[in-house]
Ligand binder design. Structure first.
Ligand SMILES: CC(C)(COP(=O)(O)OP(=O)(O)OC[C@H]1O[C@@H](n2cnc3c(N)ncnc32)[C@H](O)[C@@H]1OP(=O)(O)O)[C@@H](O)C(=O)NCCC(=O)NCCS
Length: 217
């Protein structure tokens, strides 16, 4: 299947490249819902076509990344909590906004978990800012018009990386983001590094390294 791409996003992805993490995106296209495999479909049985299409698009990207990683493309079913289940030896993450789907993939030997998010590069509604940002974060982004949206995106990516390991629900204020240090500290103490880029969209990638590699950073 040909992949429709956005050139601005392609360069954003180059900016957030981290070693041994494969990333790509696809412009969500009519018919992408057909890409959901039989094993994946039951989780979307009651979803509207728009949702099935976005999730199908993300899986097209993920399966292309599997091919690039030298493995056969496989189903990515949703577990009860909504979390995607990856083939043995692989970790990954999916995200979609209204127009674009993204996926990230890595070997479990290199990363314990990864999380990706994509958001339109538009300011967050002012009434959402207090819900998303802690007081310290609001100070850090006071001169950044897209700062609220950036924090939102980073926190979603961090949540997606942390949840499969900890199975802990996190509120936005349970994650304290340090933009300068590129790390997020979670309520239960885990520290999650992240990278981000901004173009037509904001893209954030969070990752958890195995302990021996994290200590060497
Ligand atoms: C996981 C979550 C953040 C996804 O956000 P979203 O705006 O619904 O959707 P996105 O497009 O960004 O991501 C969707 C993908 O997230 C993945 N996902 C869903 N739940 C997940 C979880 N618990 N852990 C990891 N990934 C998860 C799925 O792959 C999903 O794609 P799919 O439906 O095609 O399989 C959201 O559903 C959620 O559970 N939020 C509650 C926690 C939270 O947001 N706290 C505030 C930030 S700390």
């Amino acid at each position: 299947m040909t992949t429709a791409r956005n050139p601005l996003l392609r360069s954003a992805f180059e900016e957030i490249a981290v070693p041994r993490v494969l990333l790509d995106h696809r412009i969500i296209t009519e018919g992408d819902e057909q890409a959901l495999l039989a094993e994946e479909r039951s989780a979307f049985a009651t979803s509207v076509v728009k949702v099935q299409r976005a999730s199908g698009a993300a899986r097209i990207v993920a399966r292309e990344l599997m091919r690039r990683a030298g493995m056969p493309p496989q189903p990515i079913v949703k577990s009860a909590g909504g979390m995607p289940e990856w083939p043995d030896g692989i970790v990954g993450s999916l995200a979609h906004d209204a127009t674009v789907a993204v996926a990230a993939l890595a070997r479990r030997a290199d990363y314990l978990s990864i999380g990706i998010d994509i958001e339109p590069a538009e300011p967050l509604a002012p009434d959402l800012l207090e819900m998303v940002a802690t007081p310290a974060e609001r100070v850090a982004i006071r001169d950044a018009p897209l700062g609220g949206r950036l924090l939102f995106s980073i926190k979603e990516a961090v949540y997606k990386a942390a949840y499969p390991l900890d199975r802990v629900f996190l509120d936005h204020h349970d994650v304290e983001v340090d933009l300068a240090a590129h790390t997020a500290v979670l309520r239960h103490g885990r520290i999650v590094p992240f990278v981000y880029a901004q173009s037509s969209h904001i893209v954030a990638l969070a990752f958890v390294l195995p302990p021996e590699m994290a200590n060497a950073r």
